[in-house]
Design a binder for this molecule. Structure first.
Ligand code: NCD
Length: 309
């Protein structure tokens, strides 16, 4: 059971809640496949509302709800009254009147998902809001680390690249602080927020120093859609300085794993062959863990409802 009505940020979860989400997700792996033994969301309605492009997150929430037996509706925003000028709050009131049991929302503005959650009765899951938070991504990253490394504490973690525009970085920082792990952020000065050390992370501006002895390397995309100017000189130079390749990997622990939330830009933030090297890269495992985590969250947020049915 989770304490809050919604899942809006990692910050609002306790360490115990994080661990129970992970353990519950782990229960969905059967013979190395993800399955639901019981359709616990039978006849409940889940509406997905994606105001920003998404491939893996939206599809994974859709499959997660479907496997659990929910009626999953993808709200068609391109054809909706949003394009006719309806406000977010009017849309929230409309959705609320349809009595869904759960809403999954992605929005380009930080805080917009919370705004909607305050106007609706059902639980809301934040599937990414601006550069604020992406809680389910951080949770699926933890599950992947647990499955691959066998523990989620006592780890050195490096988050590399465009930290400034990344909700994935923020949610992971909050998550790993709660678990007591050492977190480093590595990137050019222009892509690291000035006061990020207040979050309790170490800042490095070069990969050689930052990657030394780490257990986990998280690589981030240059999120150009959120950039309003020149943050780096060229993609070629960026790859040379910050792109993860075999040469830079040598500074991390020999057992270090490589993670990337996707979508990945090969040859910019990561070397394509390295991304495909399954001895080190767990990028496809992350996608699979994402399904289990989203099933776990849908179930835990709807626990009371399920028990009262
Ligand atoms: C991330 C996102 O949308 O924040 N992607 C994802 O959810 N898998 C990262 C990104 O877009 O680079």
């Amino acid at each position: 059971m989770l304490n809050n009505k919604d899942l809006l940020s990692i910050n609002e979860l306790s360490e115990n809640e994080i661990i129970s989400i992970i353990n519950n997700a782990n229960n969905y792996y059967h013979d190395n496949k993800i399955k639901a033994k019981k359709k616990v969301l039978n006849n409940l309605t889940q509406i997905n509302l994606f105001f920003e492009n998404s491939t893996r997150t939206q599809v994974s929430f859709e499959i997660a709800g479907t496997l659990l037996g929910a009626n999953v509706v993808n709200f068609p925003l391109n054809n909706s009254s949003q394009s006719k000028g309806e406000t977010l709050l009017d849309l929230a009131a409309t959705l609320n009147s349809m009595n869904p049991e759960i809403l999954v929302i992605r929005h380009p503005n930080s805080g917009a998902v919370q705004l909607i959650s305050e106007k609706v009765d059902c639980p809301v899951v934040n599937a990414g809001d601006g550069n604020h938070e992406h809680p389910t991504q951080a949770l699926l990253d933890i599950l992947t680390i647990k499955k691959r490394i066998g523990r989620i504490d006592n780890l050195k973690i490096a988050i590399c690249g465009d930290i400034a525009h990344s909700r994935v970085a923020r949610s992971n920082i909050f998550c790993h602080k709660k678990l007591g792990n050492e977190i480093r952020v590595i990137g050019p000065k222009t892509l690291i927020p000035k006061d990020i050390d207040k979050l309790g992370v170490q800042v490095f501006y070069n990969m050689v120093d930052g990657l030394r002895d780490v257990d986990v390397i998280m690589v981030l995309r240059l999120q150009k859609e959120r950039m309003d100017g020149g943050y780096f000189s060229s993609e070629r130079e960026y790859f040379h300085l910050y792109g993860l390749d075999d040469r830079k990997m040598r500074y991390a622990k020999p057992s270090a794993i490589i993670m990337h939330p996707g979508p990945m830009n090969r040859g910019i933030e990561i070397d394509g062959d390295l991304a495909d090297n399954l001895d080190k890269s767990v990028i496809t495992m992350q996608v699979e863990a994402g399904l289990a985590i989203r099933m776990s969250i849908l179930e835990l947020l709807l626990k009371k409802k399920i028990e009262n049915v």
